[in-house]
Design a protein around this ligand. Structure first.
Ligand code: SF4
Length: 225
């Protein structure tokens, strides 16, 4: 599929029903943030809150991501946030590699041709496996730079949903690892796009920004479940 611009792509994406994952979701989710940002964050797939609002990483995981990004001088309005998979799998299960590839080859790959980021952060195992390869392991490969098929350097870190399941020393260690991974991404971004701002004075309230989409999705109530 080809689209004249990112807005046309988003319109088609929000109407997608190309695979079985659409059956258990309210609808596909798209992206949030800036479509011409030098920094793109690629997560896994939507959870319950994301499915409600139609955008990625706005629920508890997104709030933790905001905190982590804040610690390295980044706000979400200045970066592009998206997911490998656009529809929430039934019972919030982890999507398979094949499901990820199918959706991403239709949508994520096209999105990134419009965004043209300088640096990509893969959040969690599903994103890492799509961007690096199916044999990648998040515990082994996070924090290391690798090349992507887009010709854009990428680095992986833990998905915030993983951090939310940790406690004690494991949580402290993982938080520091995420901090250093994000710091490395921001430093490379500043090196490759020195004139681009990554932080706004005010943190955006993403739930308010997408409240209207949430209402329209509720009203449509059209999802075959
Ligand atoms: S998961 Fe992706 S390919 Fe499948 S229906 Fe949703 S948007 Fe379309």
């Amino acid at each position: 599929m080809s689209f004249p611009d990112h807005a046309s792509l988003e319109k088609a994406l929000l109407e997608c029903s190309l695979c079985h994952l659409r059956q258990s979701a309210i609808g596909p989710t798209s992206f949030n943030g800036s479509v011409d940002s030098p920094l793109a964050i690629v997560g896994e797939g939507p959870g319950g809150v994301e499915d409600e609002y139609g955008v990625p990483l706005v629920g508890p995981s997104g709030q933790l991501l905001d905190k982590a990004l804040g610690s390295v001088g980044v706000t979400r309005d200045k970066i592009y946030t998206t997911n490998v998979i656009k529809c929430r799998p039934k019972n919030n299960r982890t999507p398979t590699v094949e499901e990820g590839r199918f959706c991403a080859e239709h949508w994520l790959d096209v999105e990134l041709t419009f965004v043209k980021p300088k640096v990509i952060v893969a959040l969690g195992s599903v994103a890492l496996k799509y961007l690096m390869g199916p044999d990648a392991r998040i515990t082994r490969d996070r924090g290391k730079w690798f090349d992507t098929k887009y010709g854009v350097p990428a680095i992986a870190t833990y998905h915030p949903a993983y951090l939310l399941r940790l406690i004690g020393k494991d949580l402290v260690k993982a938080k520091w690892e995420v901090f250093y991974d994000l710091k490395a991404a921001v430093e490379k971004c500043r090196e490759l796009a020195p004139d681009r701002e990554l932080e706004s004075a005010e943190k955006p309230d993403l739930l308010s920004l997408y409240a209207a989409r949430r209402v329209s999705r509720q009203q449509a109530g059209s999802a075959p479940r």
